[in-house]
Design a protein around this ligand. Sequence first.
Ligand code: URA
Length: 202
Amino acid sequence: MDDSLEEIVREIRSCRKCSLWITKKNYVPGEGSENAGIMFIGEAPGKEEDEQGRPFVGNAGKFLTALIEKSLGLRREDVYITNILKCRPPNNRDPDDEEIDACFPYLERQISVIKPEIIACLGRHSARTVFEHFGIPFTTISRERGLMREKIVDGKVIRFIATYHPAAALYKPPLKETIEEDFKKLRNFVKKKNPTLLDFFS
Ligand code: URA
């Protein structure tokens, strides 16, 4: 049977593969369009996301939504937004390796179903996990941000970009401009039907 976003969400909602299901209030599988050209991948749900069962709906989410709408000229429902972890770690602590390993197959399946042209990783945990999974070397977020990488996945080019986590701009305001700059680069890809890497630098 072909996989589907509904099936993945259904499985996430009964997941007990790591202990986070015990402390979470709601699973946060992800949301958006099955036909999304861009997938945004954050780290893990925070307090607000845990309350609502939806990704990026707190303050960092408001900034992300504004970037999607104003910098990319898209609607939130046109893209797909999810996280590496589908449950909130207590007190928003960093995800641990066991949790990432347990949860990552859901993200892998979401990527296989959506087949996005671009995967945008938000923050170092997301970027490190996703880049390493796809065989893209990752050093630090400050070095890797804003660079577009290409990989052929299942016979199709996927472009990967990392930027700082939108929450980082809330406590370090100068990062806001850096994130906006990275989104401006993304816009060149969103506008064109068949973009090449050269468009990224135009
Ligand atoms: N931070 C994340 O990484 N993901 C969310 O969904 C919200 C905040």
